[in-house]
Write a protein that binds this ligand. Structure first.
Ligand SMILES: NC(=O)C1=CN([C@@H]2O[C@H](COP(=O)(O)OP(=O)(O)OC[C@H]3O[C@@H](n4cnc5c(N)ncnc54)[C@H](O)[C@@H]3O)[C@@H](O)[C@H]2O)C=CC1
Ligand SMILES: O=C(O)[C@@H]1CCC=N1
Length: 280
């Protein structure tokens, strides 16, 4: 992975190198991006030492110092901390004018740009935790100031940990949050439920868990690789008047589709609500 469109790799500062940010730069490094061009910041020295050891990245407690050395600044702190972190970074950001990227749920480009002093290129990204294992899904939105080169750089960075979908309206990132940002939790909940059902049916806890996880993994892999759409793959498991048909009918009668739609909507509504709550 080159992550560059001119001769030298860009220096990328990850402000708040927690689960999400380290998943992204971990994948980039795995794909060949030079760790020497990555700077990670966090609050505890312990976290920074662990990141240094594991990935060989540069680390510092000093967010402004990291920004002063970066072409791209990825903001990976929790949404509730973003305002204060941005305000403290304003002088360094205005001096350098790096590309600003936020992975925080809810916070709008307009808020970020304003908190950071204005006149900036901003990309908002909604990634998900399977990025940790290279199977992430990220939705991205760019403000008009973002250049083609900066878009390509972000594309490269996130393609290293999964698939990338650009949206042309910022509001659609709320839908992305409802589907793929929060989505891994829905599938984990389904696995937990299937495991519990297996135990209820008499399997040992270990066997139920192994079967539930491998079945989810197999179904996802088939959906990903098959030329057929998921509905067709489902039909192929259902023998006429067989066992699966009975189970699928049970889901349909219990309105599974509606249950899923309401959950995804709840997540996306919460993203919009957070944007309002946290704007200041
Ligand atoms: N966890 C998830 O599934 C997803 C999370 N996100 C977004 O990613 C962001 C981070 O989430 P996680 O990585 O899960 O959280 P996390 O708690 O693992 O990471 C946050 C990091 O920020 C650091 N931090 C806190 N204050 C700081 C400061 N003043 N300066 C420098 N570092 C500071 C913490 O030490 C921690 O390492 C959130 O904004 C969240 O909305 C987005 C998509 C999915
Ligand atoms: O729950 C959250 O707010 C974050 C954003 C999407 C996934 N986790």
């Amino acid at each position: 992975m080159t992550c560059q469109t001119s001769s030298a790799p860009r220096t990328i500062a990850f402000i708040g190198a927690g689960n999400m940010a380290s998943a992204i730069f971990g994948g980039m490094i795995e794909a060949g991006y030079p760790a020497s061009h990555i700077i990670a910041t966090a609050r505890s020295r312990e976290t920074l030492d662990a990141l240094e050891q594991r990935y060989g990245v540069n680390t510092t407690h000093d967010n402004a110092d990291a920004v002063s050395r970066a072409d791209v600044v990825v903001l990976g702190v929790k949404p509730q901390m973003m305002h204060d972190v941005c305000q403290a970074l304003t002088p360094a950001v205005q001096a350098k004018k790096p590309l600003i990227v936020s992975v925080a749920a809810g916070i709008t480009c307009e808020s970020l740009e304003r908190w950071l002093g204005g006149d900036l290129a901003v990309i908002r990204c909604m990634p998900n935790t399977p990025s940790l294992v290279g199977v992430g899904a990220s939705g991205l939105f760019a403000t008009p100031q973002v250049t083609d080169e900066q878009r390509a750089l972000m594309d490269d960075m996130l393609t290293a940990v999964g698939i990338v979908e650009w949206v042309e309206e910022e509001g659609l990132l709320e839908a992305v949050t409802g589907v793929s940002g929060s989505g891994p939790a829905y599938f984990f909940l389904f696995i937990e439920s299937l495991e519990a059902a297996g135990i209820e049916l008499g399997l040992s806890a270990e066997t139920a868990r192994r079967l539930a996880i491998q079945t989810a993994r197999g179904a996802a892999e088939m959906a990903f690789t098959s030329e057929h759409e998921p509905a067709e793959l489902r039909r192929r498991v259902c023998s006429p008047n067989g066992t699966t048909e009975r189970a699928v009918n049970s889901f349909e009668n219990d309105d599974l589709r509606d249950i899923v739609a309401r959950a995804a909507k709840a997540s996306s509504v919460r993203a919009a609500e957070m944007a309002r709550e946290l704007d200041q």
